[in-house]
Unconditional design. Structure first.
Length: 455
């Protein structure tokens, strides 16, 4: 094979949080590690870009919740500080042409719709509590729940009012970055169980969006990569993994690694494109082929100042009829500039992707003006990222399970195939789909490989 030839104890495919965490723990355990990363940067779906003024802007995963203790511990180890997401002030709710404001986590919609949505969430959370966090396929009603989509559950019988159904659909779309018709009900229940309910997933203070990282979320993988040094090789996509005579060969156009074990942390849809020799068992291959990620466009509007704060607004907004349904304040801790993150997901993101850059900018400027007033129409810079079009991610923020996949193939998520081991947030029980889940998976697989190496 062309390119550099490397020998190591363990080869790690992917330099995101999962891969770098695994590599770091293995190195601490005395193993020689080589990390192959297809991109020209580390971090995977965690990416902090610089604005034209040099300010760090998170274009991928951004937030950390109070219970994300593994991620928090890692940030502390790497010397990366946290700061609280701005929450002071009102949230903006736009319904049709009407713009209103409310405090707290409960939107000011029709009381009947609010009651209906609350009852639906209560029922979903009661169901989720019956799902084993590390084995959702063993839930008492796993087959029934996995045999239907979330969309089929969001019906007039379970949720009588149209606006409440729309609110739940918007929530699911935000979580999975796809339509509710694409997600198994068991997948949603497992995600809720992994987070301790639906409320933590969707709230700022006390929830998954509570805090951010000083310097951006990519500060953590950058610090780990700096510590690992030349063990991390960029611009090194993996095309093939072969197992032979007690070793593995991991190869691509720029590097070939011979090792005792390999850890694959690439998103499942990308891992499915690797040529395995001998081939993966049929069920393992089918699992990878059935785990697409969602479509998300994150667009960040940058202003000279966070003007919404002086107007008594938090920066959070919701418009279920808009292409960009949700906005959040992602200003730096100094408040030196105004940074507004706008999120589009699923079918809405796909429609936006068909537009030109200028058309998308026009859409977002119009909605920011409508929600936050004339100043919203005057950003000094607009930065966007379509994660579906990113070659080495192909979607964000995690893979989702369609009907039948979890119960038929879920047991294989973490099961090694010979000397091939698996990690990534999709393999996590607790904090499934979050950065904390990626870190947990990296720690788990490092322990797994260290044990295998001494067996």
């Amino acid at each position: 094979m062309p390119g550099e030839r490397i020998e190591a104890d363990v080869c790690v495919v992917g330099a995101g949080l999962a891969g770098l965490t695994a590599a770091r723990r293995l190195t601490q355990g005395g193993k020689a590690v080589a990390v192959l990363e297809a991109r020209d940067r580390v971090g995977g779906r965690v990416w902090t870009r610089a604005s034209t003024a040099g300010m760090p802007i998170d274009m991928g995963a951004t937030f950390v919740g109070p219970d994300h203790d593994h991620l928090r511990a890692l940030a502390k180890e790497m010397g990366v500080d946290l700061f609280a997401t701005h929450t002071a002030g009102d949230t903006v709710l736009k319904t049709g042409s009407r713009v209103s404001r409310y405090r707290g986590d409960v939107p000011r919609i029709n009381p009947l719709a609010l009651l209906s949505a609350g009852q639906a969430i209560y029922r979903l959370e009661a169901m989720a509590k019956k799902v084993p966090v590390d084995a959702p396929w063993d839930a008492p009603k796993a087959a029934a729940w996995d045999g239907r989509t979330v969309s089929s559950w969001i019906n007039p019988t379970n949720i009588p009012t149209k606006r409440a159904r729309q609110l739940i659909e918007t929530t699911v779309r935000a979580l999975f970055c796809c339509d509710a018709s694409e997600v198994s009900l068991l997948d949603l229940l497992h995600l809720m169980r992994s987070a301790g309910g639906l409320t933590p997933l969707m709230t700022v203070e006390g929830g998954y969006q509570q805090d951010q990282f000083v310097g951006g979320a990519q500060s953590i993988p950058k610090a780990m990569a700096a510590e690992l040094g030349s063990s991390v090789i960029l611009n090194a996509p993996v095309h093939a993994i072969s197992q032979r005579d007690g070793s593995v060969e991991v190869s691509g156009p720029t590097a070939t690694v011979t090792a005792r074990h390999v850890i694959v942390t690439a998103p499942p849809s990308l891992a499915s494109r690797i040529h395995f020799d001998p081939p993966l068992p049929a069920d393992h291959a089918l699992l990878l082929h059935q785990l697409p990620a969602g479509t998300e466009i994150k667009l960040v509007a940058i202003y000279d100042e966070p003007f919404w704060r002086s107007d008594g607004l938090s920066g959070a907004s919701l418009d279920m009829d808009s292409p960009f349904e949700v906005t959040l304040d992602t200003c730096p801790p100094s408040g030196e500039a105004g940074v507004m993150a706008c999120y589009a997901a699923g079918p809405k993101a796909r429609r936006l992707a068909a537009m030109s850059v200028d058309e998308r900018r026009s859409v977002v400027v119009d909605l920011l003006r409508a929600r936050f007033g004339p100043a919203g129409a005057k950003p000094v810079e607009v930065v966007e990222q379509n994660w579906w079009e990113e070659e080495w991610s192909r979607g964000c923020s995690m893979a989702h399970f369609g009907p039948g996949v979890l119960t038929q193939y879920g047991r294989l998520l973490r099961e090694p195939v010979g000397r091939i081991h698996w990690a990534g947030t999709e393999t996590a029980g607790v904090s499934h789909g979050a950065m904390d889940g990626a870190v947990r998976s990296g720690e788990r697989v490092a322990t797994e490989v260290l044990r295998a190496a001494t067996a």
